[in-house]
Write a protein that binds this ligand. Sequence first.
Ligand code: ATP
Ligand code: MG
Length: 178
Amino acid sequence: ETVNMNEFFSYILDRFDMMLKTDNEHTGETKHLREEEKKHYTIRREITRRDLWVEIDQDKFLQVVDNIMNNAIKYSPDGGVITARLLETHNHVILSITDQGLGIPAKDISHVFDRFYRVDKARSRKQGGTGLGLAISKEVVEALGGRIWVDSQEGKGSTFYISLPYEQMDSEDEWDEG
Ligand code: ATP
Ligand code: MG
């Protein structure tokens, strides 16, 4: 499908803002919230206003961004800031998600996209998960002709990047209606 990435990314981030709201509006009953949803976090958005039309499978791409967002929350202390960015270059759309969490040790960075790989078994066991999220994300992104990578510093935080091929429309292609 052809999707406006600007709208789609905003929609995903809205959902994460909503989860937080449900948690904050104390109703007296706790729904089976997953660990990461009990955490407080602030999402800061630095998103281009332009429409960016890209070819993706919405369901699969939603899973990818969900996993990276969930990781950002899961591997961060309570109260962390997550920065979500969306920008375009002449032929790519680039999404990035930055957290202020545990970070990834240098020796593990090249492995986090491997199936079942989890940094420091002891550390990640109590956080739950299978270690498949990023492996699946990589498959999905590469199937779209894109790339996924991470920049991280242990103890400081991580930034996950996704770039997708994108064809900028000429201004002549933007039709003026009416
Ligand atoms: P799953 O996503 O399958 O539920 P998972 O989150 O452990 O489990 P991945 O999403 O594939 O698996 O991540 C692999 C490993 O990379 C994680 O176990 C964690 O050690 C590390 N990791 C991923 N994202 C981050 C992050 N934002 N900060 C620190 N470490 C991370
Ligand atoms: Mg994960």
